[in-house]
Write a protein that binds this ligand. Structure first.
Ligand code: NAI
Length: 680
């Protein structure tokens, strides 16, 4: 492999790492993991690196430069798949210890080493770079340098805690590890994490300069160094723990707390710190939380892997209905680089949608030129001129079957024959909507969640007769706009709303019985839900909750609570009207803090109904399998990720024990807790 600018004199190739020594006696080590779009630090990759380091040393080069041959980036992290199912702490510790040994060899080479980082340089990838003498980052906007480990329930385990605190200082390093924030090259340089920031094409000259000149490496500031003094560490730990506790509890997410304890007890002694890191990360890794979070990571990969039709490359989307959902769907598609025409019968709705889009673009893109380009891609189109040119047409008008059918009759004859016709309906069966189409099998549901820019899931709703080619196109489209697709059967509420509704209704029942809203929400949050059901109902809008409950009511034997109806009649629609179950000030719920201990029976009732409905949807094959269900509920509702999803939680809790609990609830509260036939 002869790279430009390097006159090769010696080449040593292995599966994933190849090196060459140039005429200046510099070793260039290229990492290019086989059969993978990204470089991942698997066990095999690390072992090969070990071999290559030995071979390189035998050549006595003046320096070593590590570069990635992947366009996606340097190294995206450690091999998370290898951690799944790992329950033996000793085995985990061995694995981590081995990685420490190999990176130590890199660090102790008798000549300087340089890591050239573009694209992703995360987790284990960053830890490898930290073992080099110098780091160069690309000045590209897509550079992502960071430690995502605590999201997986662990903390950096390849000596990342030791080397980052030494290089950039204690507070900087802790902040980087606790926040999971990704830095670009310039931000990384500012805190001393990288030595140079250059355009990719200058990597090699910058690396040569560092090897030949070996400039002094940056040192953390006095404050950063002082923070590591043992007298101060415990106060800093207490303060940082109190910050962490505002976001996550130690019972649900122990990793950030364990990181702080590890730092508090071992910082200042690198050897002790390395040892403590190996032990503590092994302990976390084999624990329940990390294993569940790793499961969630793999479920996410499963959804992402559904690429659909590779030949379908949509460039133009036409959205009809510029209300809350249609407007935001259009904005999201434009943000993701598609040309979008947005149609609405009301010019006022169109202008409001464009205003919201501008806010989204400014917040997400920052750069003025990029915001302008995104605005140019989003075209208000009240005459529906975009229809004949669109590859995907998404309908998001009022939830009214007849209005939707009438609209399709206008759209279908004008659409390209191979374009996708999609509806964002949240409750009307596709079979009804497709009735008057010339080709009913072309209709597919693309069910986005509110708020569109924040919710990662996209339900792809299908009928038994839906053309598989259409489903494949819908999957490709979902990928194109960076959503996680989940194929679901057209049935009331599909997956997410179906499972969520009984849970919301139970919250309202509890409220009717006199349990304060704040206590109900607290109980759900203690279980691990990101937002309580009462606040969620207020956020979605009480009128929307009522309409969904009415539409799904018959099938799920759900009665719309009278309290809900009278609140709506009184104009209390939730957050959007300033009052619902809570009052809202500047968009924030005014919640009376209660010091009452949480009554467990509240969360038993809420979660019991959610789980029972999940079992029913699985029995009815609304989704393919239990894993798909778990993925859908986690990414569609935020269901406590550290519990690994509803079906996984049932397995963990014990099916029999959970069934018994439901039967008790049925005796106490009636039919609605009757265990679904699916439990059998
Ligand atoms: P919305 O009431 O905010 O917006 C509907 C828009 O459609 C209005 O701007 C209206 O002027 C326009 N419209 C109605 N008929 C039209 C026609 N024939 N031609 C052109 N424009 C027309 O409604 P929202 O909340 O955006 O809901 C839209 C769809 O999305 C519904 O099917 C709803 O069930 C679904 N949905 C709603 C969610 C939510 O949280 N609101 C979540 C997921 C799906």
């Amino acid at each position: 492999m002869n790279k430009p600018g390097v006159s090769k004199v010696e080449v040593k190739q292995m599966n994933n790492w190849n090196f060459e020594i140039d005429a200046d006696n510099i070793a260039w080590l290229h990492v290019d993991m086989q059969h993978s779009s990204a470089n991942i630090l698997s066990k095999e990759m690390l072992e090969e690196l070990d071999h290559q380091l030995l071979s390189i040393s035998q050549h006595n080069p003046v320096g070593l430069v590590i570069l990635s041959s992947k366009t996606s980036g340097f190294i995206a992290g450690a091999d998370v798949r290898a951690f799944a199912g790992m329950t033996d702490r000793h085995e985990a510790e061995q694995l981590i210890h081995h990685a420490h040994e190999i990176l130590e060899k890199l660090e102790n080479l008798p000549f300087p080493s340089v890591a050239c980082m573009h694209g992703f340089c995360l987790g284990g990838g960053l830890e490898l770079a930290l073992a080099c003498s110098y780091r160069i980052a690309s000045d590209d906007a897509d550079v992502r340098i960071g430690f995502p480990e605590t999201r997986l329930g662990i903390f950096p385990g390849f000596a990342g805690t030791v080397r980052s605190t030494a290089l950039i200082g204690h507070l900087n390093a802790l902040q980087l590890m606790l926040s999971n924030r990704n830095l670009n090259g310039r931000q990384a340089k500012k805190i001393g994490l990288v030595d140079e920031v250059v355009p990719n094409r200058q990597f090699k000259s910058a690396a040569r300069y560092l090897i030949h000149d070996q400039p002094h490496r940056s040192r953390p500031s006095l404050l950063q160094r002082l923070a590591g003094v043992s007298l101060l560490r415990s106060a800093i730990t207490t303060w940082l723990k109190s910050q962490v506790s505002k976001k996550v509890s130690i019972e649900h997410y122990p990793a950030p707390y364990a990181l702080l304890d590890h730092w508090n007890t071992s910082a200042g002694d690198p050897q002790q710190m390395a040892l403590s890191e190996q032990q503590e990360v092994a302990k976390l890794l084999t624990g329940e939380t990390a294993q569940n979070l790793i499961r969630v990571f793999l479920l996410q990969n499963r959804l992402k892997a559904q690429k659909g039709d590779p030949d379908f490359r949509p460039t133009h989307v036409h959205v009809v209905g510029g209300g809350l959902m249609g407007g935001d769907i259009a904005a999201w598609c434009a943000l993701k680089g598609l040309r979008v025409t947005l149609q609405d019968q009301s010019p006022e709705m169109l202008s409001r949608a464009i205003e919201r889009a501008q806010q989204l673009f400014s917040k997400s893109l920052r750069d003025k030129r990029k915001v302008r380009d995104a605005m140019d891609r989003l075209i208000p189109d009240h005459l529906a001129r975009g229809v004949p040119r669109a590859d995907v047409v998404i309908e998001a008008i009022y939830e009214d079957a007849e209005a939707k059918q009438a609209l399709y009759q206008q759209l279908e004859p004008r659409m390209k024959s191979d374009a996708v016709l999609a509806t964002n309906t949240s409750s009307i069966p596709l079979e009804i909507l497709a009735e008057k189409l010339q080709d009913p099998d072309r209709l597919v549901g693309l069910h986005f969640f509110n708020p569109v820019a924040k919710m990662p899931l996209l339900e792809i709703v299908t009928m038994a007769s839906t053309d598989t080619a259409v489903i494949d196109k819908a999957l490709a489209f979902s990928n194109r706009i960076s959503k996680l697709p989940l194929v679901v059967k057209s049935s009331p509420g599909f997956l997410v709303n179906r499972v969520l509704l009984p849970y919301l209704m139970e919250a309202m029942q509890l409220h009717k019985e006199g349990v304060p809203a704040a206590e109900i929400d607290k109980a759900a949050k203690m279980f691990g839900m990101p937002m309580g059901p009462i606040e969620l109902a207020d956020t979605v809008g009480l009128d929307i909750c009522k309409s969904v409950a009415e539409k799904m009511g018959d099938m799920l034997s759900i009665e719309v609570p009278k309290e809900l109806v009278s609140m709506i009649d009184a104009g209390k629609l939730g957050r959007k009207s300033g009052e619902g179950f809570y009052r809202y000030e500047k968009g924030k719920a005014v919640i009376q803090k209660s010091s009452q201990p949480v009554d467990e029976s509240v969360s038993d009732r809420l979660i019991g109904r959610l789980l029972n409905e999940a079992v029913a949807t699985l029995r009815e094959a609304v989704v393919e399998d239990a894993d798909a269900l778990d993925a859908g509920i986690i990414f569609g509702t935020g269901f406590a990720p550290f519990r690994g999803g509803p079906m996984h939680y049932i397995d963990h809790y014990g099916k029999e024990a959970m069934l018994e609990k439901l039967q008790q609830l049925e005796q106490q509260h009636g039919e609605r807790f009757k265990p679904d036939a699916g439990w059998a």
